[in-house]
Ligand binder design. Structure first.
Ligand code: ZN
Length: 304
């Protein structure tokens, strides 16, 4: 199943994407309990079974611009860094001996075709195409062998990064959490529909291929990623895991390539879909920095 969240007159509502269009899940079921993805994931077995029964219902067309993040306002996005060998090396780092984990918050997420907000406070705005994992049942202490039972499905995401904020620090929270810098979508493809072990991942900037890799090149595969995160935190329905990006990002290029307003950045994962975002300046309505000119209160001497 392909589950999209659509912005409607009645708010953001979960839709089943069928070959003929989009079916409003709660309306088709006559049950408003299942109006949102989070509500379905909270009772995922019953929810998915009910949704399977509406695949032949009358569908409507949806303007891609009306797609909300496939996981709206996720409680958190648990991310792995440096999970592809070529990306670790291109950044001048060793392949890590321990998982590099960081967390993104819900305000950093945007829709799959929304504007990607270039923060006012970075001149080094970069892309990272990645496979995302959407937690269904979740749990704690989940062994890799049983990990996919905890998963609802998969998405494409772009881990948009403010590189000077990230690379001047050892902790990545700031550089990875500017508002509106992580598109998620275009929809949640349920785990029974796609085998994520060896899928092509491609990132294009203005139609030029920047990243081309396969998910089989991950250092820590998806089941082991779930085992790792669930070792220290309870994975809850609607949590998202970001599995790291392959080589080819902008900062490691010579010369570097930075995202600027008007650029179109697109990430495709075979069998899951494509997200496509136009880079936009942070606008007055999007939380303008105005005259805000934050600068580090200490001189780090860091090489950015
Ligand atoms: Zn990343």
């Amino acid at each position: 199943m392909r589950l999209a969240t659509v912005v409607t007159d009645r708010g953001e509502r979960l839709h089943l994407h069928t070959p003929s269009g989009y079916v409003d899940v709660a309306s088709a079921l006559g049950d408003e309990r299942f109006a949102t993805l989070n509500a379905v994931l909270a009772d995922v077995d019953a929810g998915f079974e009910a949704i399977r029964g509406i695949a032949d219902r009358e569908a409507i067309e949806v303007d891609p611009a009306d797609l909300a993040p496939a996981v709206p306002a996720p409680r958190r996005v648990l991310c792995l860094g440096l999970n592809y060998r070529d990306h670790a090396l291109e950044g001048g780092r060793e392949v890590p001996a321990w998982p590099e984990a960081f967390v993104r918050g819900p305000d950093s997420v945007v829709g799959p075709y929304a504007d990607l907000v270039k923060p006012a406070l970075t001149e080094r705005f970069d892309f990272e195409g990645e496979l995302g994992v959407v937690i269904g049942k979740g749990g704690r202490y989940i062994p890799a062998a049983a990990a996919l039972d905890a998963v609802a499905g998969f998405v494409v995401l772009n881990d948009g990064s403010a590189r000077e904020w990230q690379r001047a620090a050892t902790q990545w929270t700031a550089g990875k959490n500017f508002d509106g810098t992580m598109p998620i979508g275009p929809e949640v493809v349920t785990a029974d529909e796609v085998d994520i072990g060896d899928l092509a991942l491609t990132t294009r900037l203005n139609d030029e291929v920047m990243q081309s890799a396969r998910t089989s090149q991950m250092i820590i595969d998806v089941p082991s990623t779930i085992e790792f995160f669930s070792s220290f935190t309870t994975l809850r329905p609607g949590d998202v895991l970001a599995t790291g990006t392959p080589g080819g990002v902008g900062f490691a290029r010579k010369p570097p390539v930075w995202l600027t307003p008007g650029d179109v950045i697109e990430v495709t994962i075979e069998g899951i879909g494509t997200i496509r975002n136009t880079v936009a300046d942070e606008s007055p309505n999007g939380g303008s920095a105005g005259s805000w000119r934050w600068h580090a209160p200490i001189k780090t001497g860091a090489t950015l």
